[in-house]
Design a protein around this ligand. Sequence first.
Ligand code: SF4
Length: 451
Amino acid sequence: MDPAATIESTPTARVKMEVFGCQMNVVDAELVLGRFKGLNYGETDRYEDADVVVFNTCSVRGHAEDKVFSRLGALRPWKKERPGRVVAVMGCMAQREATDIRRRMPHVDVVAGTRDFPKLAGLVDRVRGGEGPFLVIDGEERPDIERSPTSRPRPFQAYVTIMRGCNRPCTYCIVPTVRGREISRPVDEIVDEVKGLVDDGVIEVCLLGQTVNAYDGQDRGRTTLGTLLRALDRVDGLRRLRFVTSHPSEFNDDTWAAMAESSKLDRFLHMPIQSGSDRMLKAMRRGYTVDKYRRIVDRVREVLPDMGIGCDWIVGFPGETEEDHEASLRICEEIGFSQSFVFKYSPRPGTKAAEEHADDVPTDVKKRRNRELLAVQERVSLAAHRATVGETMQVLFEAKSRLDDSKWSGRNPQHRIVVAADERIRPGTIADVRIEDATALTLFGDVVALR
Ligand code: SF4
């Protein structure tokens, strides 16, 4: 449907979008809101003002799915209250549970899977015109959608999805099933999108993909993530660039070289290890050993010595012993990660791990292991942060500090949170900040110069 063709005929309606899950969902939500905007729909934060509610869902943990079902159930009275209201569901859970969603929640009007979400706004509009319900989950391989440069949470920052799907076989993960195989966008298309964003005031871009360093620009063998980094390095006005999430086995020499050459690349690499035990890594089919991971970190630090490395962990994977867990604690300390996200294993129906192994680590043990890993990370972060006291670093300020609104909060190139007070700071200001104090979560400093 051509959005422009309907602007005149579509009555104004307001959309409440709720996002569950990862950053890719946040971007997809922005893209869909852009499409709604093209249909002359507005946006609202309040359910009571909304004519349309869209849930962009996540399937990574069972808890996330339960929450969506319960929230969808709670929308029944909301929908009854005003005739013509529309409920739509998109994202991984829409792909995986489409028929179940319609069976359990018949008041849901549109279910659009991970390759069909670009159609969602048009389908909602047709429901408001009296058609539907619609359930679409068999879409084309590559979801093309025009980005509306104005639909993003902060005017100076943007996430750009450069690839979708995943070809890897991690036994616990539902992503390859719900998102399909890897498919990259061409380099030129991404560069054009970034130029458009920069023209619209963006200075920082984060490139997104489930295994972002497997990017091949639909030209495997000749194009790598390195090719894209070099092309984006030439975009005038773009000041900061980063990419998430990297898989340790997907780097290549060209990408390392481009990372070293880049004048815009942040010093932060999110590269999940998941466990410090080779036995667990094998059971998860992660495709590397702890020693191989260590060697990749050495390579990162050889190329870019000041690189901060962020990490994901799974605690309580089936069969995980105290010995395996202690190996995770040791490698967390040894590598000195700059941040860790710890997840308690949750079996996902349809995954190899759920089908072949009992979820045999008790919840209280998972919780304790979670706490212990975070405690190591806190110690490591505190030591690293204290070592920066006295240093001057470049900070991109994002918003008022949540704890003290006389101060501003931003990120340094290692993606660490820096808080400072200076009346010249605005959202999007880049400044040199001298660090005066530090906790495990935050650096505190004074602005010495604006950039
Ligand atoms: S690399 Fe593994 S964990 Fe990450 S999305 Fe692919 S299958 Fe899932």
